[in-house]
Design a binder for this molecule. Structure first.
Ligand SMILES: O=C(NC/C=C/[C@H]1O[C@@H](Sc2ccncc2)[C@H](O)[C@@H]1O)c1cc([N+](=O)[O-])cc(O)c1O
Ligand SMILES: [Mg+2]
Length: 214
């Protein structure tokens, strides 16, 4: 039986990156996915937008929905201030297993809690399980038809506060039309589109930044 794409990505990190150096892990994945084998990481172009929003928000508590192999997990965790925490939710155990190794290779395991399971089940347990009052920042990059239900769930569970920033990947490609409608038509969000390209391609894609107004 052959290897999987996530396993090949992990091999590329172990071969080309320096242990404990998040930048080299990010570069190794971007190089591999641009030149060897495409994969659905937020990537280097949209990654710069993610970095700038993160630097602006400087979250103490952050949530990521859709870990995949941990590329954006590393991008986010490397910018967190000491004592800040990132919780990342992944449904697929094989992806989670690779992500744990990539996060550890980057030396960021102390800043990251990877929780395995569907976001719909885990979001209502965030307060009791992790002592979270509310999130300062949420990165949505999981199944696109889960963006709206999970945003509503975060609201209903009191996990958003005035000023919480939601950043959603792929609002153009593959697209999250219902989500765009939801945040743009809601008086509870102030939204802004950051135009970019689909990772490692010339196809248009972008990130939608939405501030929860309470
Ligand atoms: O489909 C995409 N992303 C879906 C991502 C899904 C990830 O999140 C969980 S699902 C889950 C996790 C947590 N809770 C519930 C479900 C999957 O196991 C995967 O790790 C995608 C597709 C393209 N593309 O070009 O086709 C580009 C992208 O940037 C994308 O993000
Ligand atoms: Mg994505």
């Amino acid at each position: 039986t052959g290897s999987t794409r996530p396993q090949r990505m992990l091999k590329a990190v172990q071969k080309n990156a320096t242990k404990g150096d998040p930048e080299s892990v990010i570069s190794a994945i971007d190089y591999y996915c641009r030149h060897k084998e495409w994969a659905m990481n937020v990537g280097d172009e949209k990654g710069l937008i993610l970095d700038s929003v993160l630097t602006e928000v400087n979250p103490s508590t952050a949530l990521e929905l859709g870990t995949y192999c941990g590329y954006s997990t590393v991008r986010i965790a490397r910018l967190l201030s000491p004592g800040s925490k990132l919780i990342t939710v992944e449904f697929n155990p094989d992806f989670a297993a690779v992500a744990r190794q990539i996060i550890a290779y980057a030396g960021l395991q102390d800043k990251v809690t990877l929780v395995e399971g569907p976001s719909g089940d885990l979001i209502p347990k965030m307060k009791e399980r992790f002592g979270i009052k509310s999130f300062d920042f949420v990165f949505l990059d999981h199944w696109k038809d889960r963006y709206v239900p999970d945003t509503k769930l975060l609201e209903d569970c009191g996990l958003l506060r005035k000023g919480t920033v939601l950043l959603a990947d792929n609002v153009i490609c593959p697209g999250a039309p219902e989500y765009l409608k939801y945040v743009k038509n809601s008086a509870h969000y102030e939204s802004q589109y950051y135009k970019s390209n689909l990772e490692y391609t010339k196809v248009e894609d972008g990130l939608e930044k939405s501030v929860f107004l309470g």
